[in-house]
Design a protein around this ligand. Structure first.
Ligand SMILES: Nc1ncnc2c1ncn2[C@@H]1O[C@H](COP(=O)(O)OP(=O)(O)OP(=O)(O)O)[C@@H](O)[C@H]1O
Length: 284
């Protein structure tokens, strides 16, 4: 798919990608319902994902966590037959407002996927910058006003990868280990200066050591970008998140949030018996 943009390509405008300062956004889901054709998969989801916090979405397979994540950056509407109702407010503005272009919503709310997907033959350096053209942003890459170098370094530092790749920025992204590739994808997402970063099981393809590095990265980036992460790993949810939402889809019914709260409350003092059973591994 070719994405074209009419965005102003002035690189040094306020809020341009070259400016390193970032501000986490607050995301609020209000009364969200979702369907694939006639099949309703989410019902009445209300969730506040506070600025600068990590929110974990947990729950058994098929309860709608990934669907909810895709609704948060308008990727759900790309699925044929998909529909939704409700509101997603990013810093108070509905991302589905007709005046806001989907491409802008997807820049402000980035996504990191289950399997790392760098461009394998493209250099590490160019991989970091690859998201900019897709979102209509430009940075000056040559001459004394070069802004790209600083942006690449800042993004790789934020993603916890700089020290490992600083001397090999010209080598292909595909030459990195799986865990490094996932952190490269996080750097690529950060380079477009999102307010929120969505992560769909970002460690499920990684070994325990790489998983811990990505988890450290998630904690580090939370000061500059709000994180919403789907995970099946209960220890991971406890290690990385500030707040948790437990989704469940009872037999034949759409998924909904059974319980949400601080991660310590959800794990140590769950109010609902089903939450207690799930977080203690008794089902799912
Ligand atoms: N593209 C699609 N077309 C039709 N139905 C879909 C599609 N994607 C998901 N579904 C259905 O929507 C429901 C929720 O799926 P979703 O992937 O959001 O759940 P999940 O909680 O993320 O599951 P998992 O933990 O296994 O990834 C499931 O019943 C699933 O079969």
């Amino acid at each position: 798919m070719t994405i074209t943009s009419t965005a102003d390509p002035v690189a040094d405008a306020p809020g341009s990608p070259a400016s390193p300062a970032r501000k986490p956004g607050s995301l609020v889901a209000q009364d969200v319902h979702a369907w694939f054709g006639d099949h309703q998969v989410l019902s009445a989801v209300d969730l506040v994902m506070a600025a600068g916090e990590v929110t974990a979405l947990i729950g058994p397979s098929g309860c709608g966590k990934s669907t909810f994540l895709r609704i948060l950056n308008r990727m759900h509407e790309l699925v044929p037959g998909a529909a939704l109702a409700g509101q997603i407010l990013l810093d108070g503005q509905d991302i589905y407002d007709p005046s806001l272009r989907p491409i802008e919503s997807r820049r402000r709310v980035g996504m990191v996927f289950q399997k790392a997907n760098p461009f394998p033959t493209m250099s590490i350096y160019d991989n970091v910058l690859a998201g900019l053209s897709l979102t209509g942003q430009k940075v000056k890459r040559r001459g004394k006003d070069n802004e790209a170098d600083a942006l690449v370094e800042h993004s790789l530092r934020s993603a916890g990868l700089w020290d490992e790749v600083r001397n090999r920025l010209g080598t292909p992204g595909g030459s990195l280990s799986g865990g490094q590739q996932q952190r490269l994808c996080i750097a690529r997402s950060l380079a477009v200066r999102p307010d929120v970063l969505l992560m769909d099981e970002p460690c499920s393809a990684l070994d325990p050591t790489s998983t811990r590095r990505v988890e450290e990265t998630i904690r580090q980036i939370a000061s500059e970008v709000t994180v919403v992460i789907v995970t099946h790993n209960m220890q991971q949810a406890q290690r990385v998140s500030d707040r948790c939402a437990f989704f469940l889809a009872a037999e034949g019914l759409p998924g909904h949030i059974v319980e949400q709260g601080s991660t310590s409350d959800v794990f140590e003092r769950p109010r609902d018996e089903r939450t207690a059973d799930y977080v203690n591994g008794r089902f799912g």
